[in-house]
Design a protein around this ligand. Structure first.
Ligand code: GLN
Length: 547
C-alpha cells in the first residue's frame, strides 16, 4: 500500500504547487523510492480538453489518451513517470460519474449526497494503483476555502482516516508576503490559511512557505508555534532562476527529510542528486545562445505552449546553449509579408493549434523557412501548414488547404490536402468518428506508433526507425497527395504502421525542415531531452554560426 502525500495551497493561487509536488517526487526517487503524482482539479469542466488555452494553458496529453492539466507535464518532466488517465480528475468528472451511476440505478434509489457519494467517488480515484508505488503524491488544485474544492478536502480528510495511522501526510503551500515599509515577512496569512484547513479537519504536517526574502529563525519558530507544525517542517521556497533548480533547492531546505520524518522513515536512505546536479549545471554553464521564433496563435499566454518551451530549454541543455524564445503572433502577417517579422531568428517553430485564425501567417512562416533554408520544426498544425505550403507553392496545387477551415466557414474553398479523419487503427482496433460528434473527446489522442524511413533525416535524429509519440488532432494529411508532394521534394519520412497516415514530412534539400503530426514536446525531459528538440537546437546553433 502506498504512502500518500496530499499537497494543498493557501493564501494565493499560482504558488507553484505543481512544481513543488514534482520536485518532491524527484527527491523521493533520488532516495530510491517509486512515486506517482496525481492532480485533482476543482473546476467543473469534465476535462481540460475543451478549455481555452488562453485561460487554462496547454492541454497535456498522456500515452493512454487523456487530456489533462499542464501540471501533469511538470510531473512527467521531473519524475520521468508517464502519467496515466487515472492521474487527473476534475470535479466535473467526479460529478459526471456520480450522476451516471445514479441514472443507471447503481445507488439503489438512495438520496445522492456530496458526503458520502461524491467523496467516495473521489476516494476511489485516489486509491487506484496504490499497490504499485511507494509514494502517491496528490495535488489539490486551487486554494483552501474555494467553494468547488470542498469535496476534495473532505475526501482527503476521510481518506487519511480510512488508512492505517501514519500512511498519509498533508503538505500545505503558502506565501509569506514582505512588507517593505517595515522590512518584515508577515506570517498572518499563513496562520489564517492553516486555520481554514484545520476547520475542515486537516492538520498540515509540512508547511512550504514561498518567500522572496530569507525567513528569519524567529519567524520560522512563530509559524511552527501558531500553525502547530514542527519547526523543521517549515520549509522555505525561495524564487529560483530556473525551475530545474527546484529539486536541489527543496533538498537544501530540507523538504524531503521533513517528509520522511513525518512518515517516521528512519534511517532515511541517502539521496543521489547527481542527475539534478548535471541538469542544473547545464543551465548555469552555457556556451552561446540561439534565438528561436515560435510562430503561433496563443502567444499572449506562454503557458499555452508550456511543454514546447520546456522542450526547447531541454534542447538547449543538450547542446549547452541558452535558447531565447520569441513569441511571434502569426496573425500579424496573415495578409502581409512575413520576412520583416521572421528575419534574424536562427530557427522557426510552428506549434499545434486549432481553427483558421493565423494559419495563412503560419503557411508564410513555413515558406520563409523553406526558401531561406532556416531550420523549421512544425508540430501538428505546424506540420499541416508546411504540407499546405508545399502543395500550394511547390506541387502546383494553388488552392490547397485544410478541411478544418472549410468546416468552420461552411463552404468549400480549399482542396483538402489536410482532411478530417473519420476512421483509423489503434493497436488492432478500428476507431470511428463522425464529423458531427460533440467537441469533447473526438480526436486521435494518445500514443501511436510510427515507422520511419531508412536513411531519412528524422531516422538519423531518433537513431531508430520505430517510434511512438503522442497525438492530439482531428485532421490528417491526405495520403492521396503523397506522390505529388514527394515529386516536389517533400519526403514522407514517417508513416503509421499501416502506411495510411503521414506522421512526418521533411524537405530533403534543406538543412533542417521537419514537420511532425504528433507532439514530441510532451515526452521531453531535462535529463533526457527529446532528440527532435536536441537536434533542432543544434541546427539553430549551426544557423547562428552562419550569420
Ligand atoms: N487543428 C489541427 C487538427 O485538429 C491540429 C491540431 C493540433 O495542432 N494539435 O488536426
Amino acid at each position: 500500500m502506498a504512502r500518500y502525500i496530499f499537497i494543498t495551497g493557501g493564501v494565493v493561487s499560482s504558488l507553484g504547487k505543481g512544481l513543488a509536488s514534482a520536485a518532491l517526487g524527484a527527491l523521493l526517487q533520488a532516495r530510491g523510492f517509486s512515486v506517482r503524482l496525481r492532480k485533482l482539479d476543482p473546476y467543473l469542466n469534465v476535462d481540460p480538453g475543451t478549455m481555452s488555452p488562453f485561460e487554462h494553458g496547454e492541454v497535456f496529453v498522456t500515452d493512454d489518451g487523456a487530456e489533462t492539466d499542464l501540471d501533469l507535464g511538470h510531473y512527467e518532466r521531473f519524475t520521468g513517470v508517464p502519467a496515466r488517465m487515472t492521474d487527473s480528475v476534475s470535479s466535473g468528472r467526479i460529478y459526471s460519474n456520480v450522476l451516471e451511476k445514479e441514472r443507471r440505478g447503481d445507488y439503489l434509489g438512495k438520496t445522492i449526497q456530496v458526503v458520502p457519494h461524491v467523496t467516495n467517488e473521489i476516494k476511489d480515484f485516489l486509491a487506484v494503483g496504490d499497490d504499485e508505488v511507494d509514494f502517491m503524491l496528490c495535488e489539490i488544485g486551487g486554494t483552501v476555502g474555494d467553494i468547488e474544492g470542498l469535496p476534495f478536502f473532505e475526501a482527503i480528510r476521510q481518506f487519511s482516516h480510512d488508512r492505517p495511522r501514519g500512511q498519509c501526510i498533508f503538505m500545505h503551500l503558502t506565501l509569506l508576503p514582505y512588507l517593505a515599509a517595515s522590512g518584515e515577512l508577515k506570517t498572518k496569512p499563513t496562520q489564517h490559511s492553516v486555520k481554514e484547513l484545520q476547520s475542515i479537519g486537516i492538520a498540515p504536517d509540512i508547511l512550504v512557505c514561498r518567500s522572496e526574502h530569507p525567513i528569519p529563525e524567529k519567524e520560522r519558530e512563530k509559524i511552527a508555534l501558531f500553525c502547530n507544525v514542527r519547526k523543521e517542517a517549515v520549509v522555505a521556497a525561495y524564487d529560483l532562476s530556473s525551475i530545474y533548480e527546484a529539486p536541489l533547492a527543496y533538498h537544501r531546505e530540507g523538504l524531503d527529510q521533513a517528509v520522511l520524518d513525518a512518515f517516521g522513515i528512519s534511517p532515511a536512505p541517502r539521496p543521489d542528486l547527481s542527475k539534478w546536479e548535471d541538469v542544473y549545471d547545464r543551465i548555469l554553464h552555457t556556451d552561446g545562445e540561439v534565438n528561436i521564433a515560435i510562430v503561433g496563435k496563443y502567444t499572449q499566454l506562454e503557458d499555452a505552449y508550456k511543454s514546447i518551451k520546456e522542450a526547447l530549454t531541454h534542447g538547449g541543455m543538450a547542446n549547452r546553449v541558452k535558447v531565447n524564445v520569441a513569441w511571434v503572433d502569426a496573425e500579424v502577417f496573415d495578409q502581409a509579408d512575413a520576412a520583416p517579422y521572421l528575419e534574424g531568428y536562427h530557427a522557426i517553430l510552428v506549434p499545434g493549434g486549432f481553427g483558421e485564425r493565423g494559419t495563412e501567417g503560419k503557411i508564410k512562416a513555413a515558406e520563409f523557412a523553406r526558401t531561406r533554408k532556416i531550420p523549421y520544426l512544425g508540430i501538428c498544425l505546424g506540420m499541416q501548414m508546411a504540407v499546405i505550403e508545399a502543395a500550394r507553392n511547390v506541387a502546383g496545387l494553388a488552392t490547397a488547404g485544410s478541411e478544418e477551415f472549410d468546416h468552420e466557414a461552411g463552404k468549400k474553398r480549399f482542396e483538402p490536402v489536410v482532411y478530417h479523419l473519420k476512421e483509423w487503427v489503434q493497436g488492432n482496433q478500428k476507431v470511428t468518428r463522425r464529423t458531427d460528434d460533440a467537441k469533447g473527446g473526438t480526436m486521435r489522442l494518445g500514443a501511436y506508433d510510427a515507422v520511419l524511413k531508412d536513411g531519412s533525416k528524422v531516422a538519423a535524429v531518433y537513431g531508430s526507425t520505430a517510434i511512438d509519440e503522442r497525438h492530439r488532432h482531428r485532421y490528417e494529411v491526405d495520403i492521396k497527395y503523397r506522390e505529388k508532394l514527394e515529386n516536389a521534394g517533400l519526403c514522407f519520412s514517417g508513416m503509421s504502421p499501416d502506411g495510411r497516415l503521414p506522421e512526418i514530412v521533411e524537405w530533403q534539400d534543406h538543412p533542417w525542415f521537419i514537420g511532425v503530426q504528433f507532439h514530441p514536446e510532451l515526452k521531453s525531459k531535462p535529463f533526457a531531452p527529446h532528440p527532435l528538440f536536441a537536434d533542432f537546437v543544434r541546427a539553430a546553433l549551426d544557423a547562428s554560426r552562419l550569420v
